[in-house]
Every structure is written in C-alpha cells, then in structure tokens.
Design a protein around this ligand. Sequence first.
Ligand code: HEM
Ligand code: HEM
Length: 184
Amino acid sequence: MNYLKVFFISFLIFALFYGNIGLKSVSADDDENDFYEHHEEGLEGNENELYEEIGELIGWGTAASLCVAGALFPMRRLTKIIANNFKGHKKPYLFFARLLGKYHILIGITALILSIVHGIVMYLSEGELESEGIIGLGAVLFLFMASAAGLILHKNKKTKSIRATHITLIAITLFTAVFHIFVS
Ligand code: HEM
Ligand code: HEM
C-alpha cells in the first residue's frame, strides 16, 4: 500500500509541475491584455478560467497516468537486456517492473476516470465541443475499449490475440491523445 502512495504522489508532482508550467506560460503570454479583459469579464470570466486551468491540470494528470501505465511495455522488453548487461541493477529493476505490473490495472482505471473528468470539466468551461474536444473524445473512447480488452486479458492472460488487441487499442489511444494535446 505504501508503494501505491508513492506512485500517486509521483503522479501528483508530475501533474502539478507540468500544470504549473502551463499556467505560467499562459499568464506570461498575455498578462497585459488579460488585465483589461478580466476587468470587463468580471468574476464570471475569472471563475471560468479557473475551471479551465483545473481541467487542463487534470488533462496532464491523465497524460502522466497513461505514461506510467504504458511504461509496462518497455519495462517488460528491457528485462533480459538489463539482467544480462547490468547485473548490479537487476534487483531494483525487477522490483520496479513487478510493482508496475501489480498496480497496472489501478493506474489504467485512474487514467480512464481522469480523462472523463477532464473532458467534462473542459466541455463545461468551454461551453461547446470544438475540434480538439472531439479528438479528445476519440482518445477516451479508444481508452475505454482498451480498458475493456484489458479486463478480459486479466482473466485470460495466455490468449495472445486479446493481449494484441489491448496493446493495439492503447497505441491508438496514445496516438490520438498526443494529437489532441498538440492541437490544444
Ligand atoms: C485520453 C484523453 C485525453 C487526454 C490525455 C487529454 C489531455 C489534455 C491535456 C494535457 C490538455 C492541456 C493542453 C495544454 O496545456 O495546452 C488538454 C486540453 C484540452 N482538452 Fe483534453 N485530453 C483528453 C480528452 C479530452 C476530452 C474527452 C475532451 C472534451 C470533450 C477534451 C477537451 C480539451 C480541451 C477543450 C482542452 C483545452 C484546449 C485549449 O483551450 O487549449 N480533452 N487535454
Ligand atoms: C482499466 C484499464 C486497464 C486494464 C484492466 C489493463 C489490463 C492489463 C492486463 C491484465 C495486462 C496483462 C499484464 C500481464 O501480462 O501481467 C495488460 C498489459 C498491458 N497493458 Fe494494460 N490495462 C489497462 C490500461 C492500460 C493503459 C492505460 C495502458 C497504457 C497507456 C496499458 C498498456 C498495457 C501494455 C503495453 C501491456 C502489455 C505489457 C506487455 O506484456 O508487454 N494498459 N493490461
């Protein structure tokens, strides 16, 4: 359980770090114009901006949890190389790889929940569904299908086609999510 806490704290630090950079660059970009705009918009405008910033932070939390869940893929493939070439690092590497495997489903579910919450907050703060939102919605749909395949895989770990389906759907999710972040 302690390791789980370490994982969640790491997510949070990652999300806060990137969210903070995002917020700073936004306010650095248009500080002077914003001063006048905010006065015109009044409290409602500021409130809406706060929701948007919180929504973006949750978006980065989603991206971070997707990365951690997906790290299982390179970790598994590097095991032999590390074990044969970096013997001193074998033990901590195996420990970390097992930890990632143990909490993989929990991290995946966290990513799915965060993506849905992010989508809802962004939609409510923007008041409409624009092209970047539709791409984001696509990413959530693929993530949902990948998660369903993941749950089936959990019960039939030996079936190669289900593993391939889970990984393929995750790859499409990541591609769509990266595209969504680039156009946002
Ligand atoms: C796996 C799914 C998703 C991920 C990983 C994700 C991630 C992100 C991230 C990291 C940002 C911040 C980008 C920045 O700082 O410039 C963002 C922005 C945004 N997202 Fe998502 N998102 C996802 C799904 C969605 C969904 C479902 C919607 C809406 C229905 C949505 C709507 C938006 C909007 C409107 C923005 C802000 C665009 C802007 O004004 O700059 N996203 N997303
Ligand atoms: C609710 C969500 C999810 C569930 C239930 C789930 C379930 C699983 C299960 C049971 C496995 C097999 C693990 C094993 O062999 O011991 C697996 C493998 C994998 N999952 Fe997920 N997963 C989920 C979300 C995700 C997410 C969000 C990602 C990436 C962003 C991801 C990427 C992978 C990859 C790459 C593998 C293959 C690891 C390998 O054998 O090389 N999964 N998943």
